[in-house]
Design a protein around this ligand. Structure first.
Ligand code: SAM
Length: 389
């Protein structure tokens, strides 16, 4: 698939699909600073979608408004190739693939949702986007149509090969068959960013966009949010309850937990929209919700001497959510130090973790560590140590 100066003018009807024509067009990178709905060029490319020897011409329509420096033409889509339930089932069946529950394989069958996810990430031509779990490539298609270079990281070898075939001629999609949680994200993305920075002459940050397998939400959030030196934006389609919990956690809410601190320490989260469960195949038991995390730069993090010790303390504190901090933090700070530190920042000496905001925890931590060295850096087994991947 070539993006620049495509003059795609052939079409085929394959396996029940009617396919369309695109008109010739060109594009150039507008760099940074464009806002939502800035992509407005269509895309024609060839790619097999698990349909044996057939070649399919995929056509995506343009959306939104022109952004400066991008010469676009609205693509006439005579009949769209769709990422709907019919085509997805066909693609899966063509290779005896079936949705694997243990990999959270609920595929998006509503292209409008993918378009909204792409808009939420403000994808601009030239953006480098990591997509976790491309599956059949439905969201990948929308990302590429908006001008992104996509690094699609897929754990399931069956789906990795399907999406690799689909975008074989793209040049704008790299498929990596690996568990995202085990992928050396930092090293890999650095290489892409160095290349992009060299080409454009200005520093570049990447984005992460994913219709995430719900069971890896917390681990993904812990892994990616502390990477403000590499990423500007992370947009995740999550289980709706988890999405609401991540953005709307306040003390006493009952949903207040260590992950809330990770989210707000490293990002500014925003709940974007709900995705009805019927938009997925197979239909899950719950609705989805999209969250956009604006990733903070290191200079914007709350000031703490050691993030590792700070998050160890948060974990220890929430191990006994309703217990007094002076008791739960005994293995790190003496009860008298904890009490004195709490009082010094205007909190009651009997304070419990569920009563403190992030800012209050930061103030308490700075006070207590200035009074005493922590007894131990080790936290409980489930310790969150963001920023280490
Ligand atoms: C909810 S589906 C989304 C598929 C596709 N993006 C879509 O919107 O239709 C999640 C995808 O993530 C893949 N996946 C599951 N666990 C993964 C992991 N640890 N690393 C990378 N991909 C994973 C699954 O195989 C599946 O393709």
């Amino acid at each position: 698939m070539q993006l620049a100066g495509i003059g795609c003018c052939s079409w085929q009807s394959v396996d029940g699909f009617s396919l369309g024509l695109t008109k010739g067009r060109s594009r150039s990178s507008s760099g940074r600073g464009c806002s939502a709905s800035s992509s407005n060029f269509g895309l024609g490319f060839s790619g097999a979608f698990g349909i044996g020897e057939f070649r399919t011409t995929w056509v995506s329509g343009g959306r939104g408004t022109n952004s400066p420096g991008v010469k676009c033409s609205v693509v006439e889509v005579k009949a769209e190739n769709r990422d709907d339930i019919g085509s997805i089932v066909k693609a899966l069946q063509s290779r005896d693939r079936f949705p694997k529950k243990w990999l959270g394989q609920h595929y998006m069958v509503n292209e409008k949702v993918n378009a909204k996810v792409v808009d939420a990430a403000h994808i601009c031509p030239g953006d480098i986007v990591v997509e976790i779990g491309p599956g059949t490539g439905a969201l990948t298609k929308s990302l590429v149509a908006a001008g992104a270079h996509v690094i699609a990281v897929e754990k399931d070898p069956d789906m990795a090969s399907l999406v690799a075939e689909r975008f074989a001629e793209s040049g704008n999609v790299d498929v990596v068959n690996i568990d995202f949680l085990k992928w050396p994200l930092r090293n890999e993305i650095k290489k892409y960013l160095e290349k992009a920075t060299l080409a454009s002459g200005e520093p570049k940050l990447a984005k992460i966009v994913s219709n995430l397998p719900f069971n890896i939400t917390t681990n993904v959030v812990k892994k990616v949010l502390p990477m403000g030196d590499l990423f500007s934006t992370v947009v995740l389609l999550l289980q709706d309850e988890a999405a609401l919990r991540l953005v709307d956690a306040s003390p006493d809410s009952g949903e207040y937990r260590p992950i809330s601190f990770v989210v707000n320490f490293y990002s500014v989260p925003e709940y974007k929209f709900k995705v009805p469960r019927k938009s997925f195949f197979p239909v899950p038991r719950v609705d989805g919700g999209v969250v956009c995390f604006a990733i903070k730069k290191e200079s914007e993090y709350p000031l703490v001497a050691s993030q590792k010790v700070f998050f160890s303390m948060i974990n220890s504190a929430f191990n006994g959510k309703r217990k007094m901090l002076r008791n739960t933090l005994q293995h790190m700070f003496s009860p008298s130090s904890t009490q004195a530190a709490l009082l010094s920042v205007g909190l009651p000496e009997t304070a419990r973790p569920e009563e403190l905001t992030l800012e209050q925890f930061v103030a308490f931590y700075n006070a207590v560590t200035s009074m005493t060295a922590p007894n131990s850096l080790a936290g409980p087994p489930s310790v969150i140590q963001p920023g280490l991947n």
